[in-house]
Design a protein around this ligand. Sequence first.
Ligand SMILES: [Zn+2]
Ligand SMILES: [Zn+2]
Length: 136
Amino acid sequence: MLLAPGSTPRIRITRQRQIILDELCSVTSHPTADDLYQMVRRKLPRISLGTVYRNLETMAELGMIQKLEVGGTQKRFDGNAATHYHVRCQRCGRVDDLDLGLIAGVEKEAAAKTRFAILRHRLEFTGLCPECQKKL
Ligand SMILES: [Zn+2]
Ligand SMILES: [Zn+2]
């Protein structure tokens, strides 16, 4: 569906954002902005990488999605905004969700030790994924 001429930019942005969000939520691979750009382009052929990137950054700021920042690698995005843990392959960069219960009380303890108002915590495990283990 194409937008009618005269649509306001605000509506166009919202529709783009919805498509980007839908694409992100359709996968569990924690794609990079580049990956999402390739996915979204199938539905919005004229969208730019910059637009995809800006929408992702804004949605992450709004808490609609999560931005996974891993040292030395491209940022990845997660359609699941709830706190959950990740495991990352240090060879190929694959990031999977980890079905592990959240560590209870850790945020309270961190708040008590730092006097910060703790909003959330992150925990990432690193290792070698099954495919990379086979290549050893
Ligand atoms: Zn791997
Ligand atoms: Zn995740």
